[in-house]
Design a protein around this ligand. Structure first.
Ligand SMILES: Cc1cc2nc3c(=O)[nH]c(=O)nc-3n(C[C@H](O)[C@H](O)[C@H](O)COP(=O)(O)O)c2cc1C
Length: 314
């Protein structure tokens, strides 16, 4: 099986997950320069805005970077055109099927990596001809499925014959080593990169992640079929109360409308949506991307070294 570091031409087997409104050129170029794969988030951007992000990213790095396409967005056909015109060579997809765009993307020489929450969808994506999968467990920040990383990754690895990258709940070398033990060929992280020095969110957002413990997150939107994990705050608590008292769609929308932007641009971590994952509890300081990545893999090497001494034969 092809190695993902070779497939993507990166030094470390790590993808920085697309994060709507957050994974902009500042963070993405820093990750790519540090030897990982930075991925620009296109969710909520116009075609013009995405083009600007790609151009700014190219100014800051000559290393590969990708674009994340949230397929439920109405302007996906235009975003796909921008990706192709700007010569981006890697795309990750979520929230829908890339089927209508596969031929176009593949004939432009683009590697397509689908983010998936289940074995069923993994198999569908493999049949469509995607190059690799990100198996994302429910521990992750943002939109989530139901299965944990621990249970999902080995089942997906057994079900497909393309590379599988593990995501959800990884933020240190132990997590990276665990992903490899489960059969993954690489990792995708979101939450840890929220506290990178280069991540363009206000300090209040970073501090909310740093102060979060293992039970600080909540999943809202399960009833509406679009579950999202974020840090509990007055907004999410109110949303959940309304959700379970059968509030109307309009009432729910009133709370969530623009809530991500409130947190990302205004730093309002009380009324905004502070999407982050369950692993926030081990994240305790703001550090430069390069340091985050090198620490992660030095630690993973150390953990794997220690593990090689384990002998179950007694
Ligand atoms: C703030 C935030 C926003 C996210 N937005 C997106 C998105 O727009 N598209 C996407 O495919 N995944 C999105 N994700 C998921 C990440 O790309 C990544 O898979 C996930 O964060 C990995 O799990 P972790 O948070 O435990 O590291 C988001 C995650 C976070 C924390």
């Amino acid at each position: 099986m092809v190695d993902i570091t070779e497939m993507l031409n990166i030094k470390y087997p790590i993808l920085q997950g697309g994060m709507a409104q957050i994974a902009r050129y500042e963070l993405v170029s820093a990750v790519s320069n540090a030897g990982g794969l930075g991925i620009l988030a296109s969710g909520g951007l116009s075609a013009q805005e995405l083009r600007k992000q790609i151009i700014e990213c190219k100014k800051r790095t000559d290393k590969p970077f990708g674009v994340n396409l949230m397929l439920m967005m109405p302007n996906i056909p235009e975003l796909v055109d921008v990706v192709i015109e700007e010569g981006v060579k890697i795309v990750t997809t979520g929230a829908g099927t890339p089927k209508p765009y596969m031929e176009k993307l593949k004939s432009a020489g683009i590697k397509v990596i689908a983010v998936i929450p289940s074995v069923k969808i993994a198999k569908k994506m493999e049949a469509l001809g995607v190059d690799a999968l990100v198996a994302e467990g429910t521990e992750a920040g943002g939109h989530v499925g139901e299965t944990t990383t621990m249970a999902l990754v080995p089942q997906v690895v057994r079900a497909v014959s393309i590379p599988v990258i593990a995501a959800g709940g990884i933020a240190d070398g132990h997590g990276v080593a665990a992903a490899y033990a489960l059969g993954a060929q690489g990792v995708q992280l979101g939450t840890l990169f929220l506290v990178a020095e280069e991540c363009p969110v206000p300090d209040s957002f970073k501090q909310a992640v740093i102060h979060a413990d293992d039970t600080a997150t909540i999943v809202t939107g399960r009833k509406s079929g679009a579950p999202v994990r974020s840090i509990k705050n007055p907004m999410t608590i109110k949303y959940q109360e309304l959700e379970y008292s059968n509030a109307s769609r309009d009432e729910l929308e009133e709370i969530t409308l623009g809530s991500l932007k409130k947190a990302v641009y205004n730093g309002d971590v009380e009324n905004g949506s502070v999407m982050a994952g369950q692993i926030s509890g081990i994240i305790n300081e703001v550090r430069p991307v390069k340091e985050l990545i090198t620490t992660l893999f030095n630690e993973a090497d150390q953990v794997l070294g220690e593990m090689s001494k384990v002998n179950f034969k007694h």
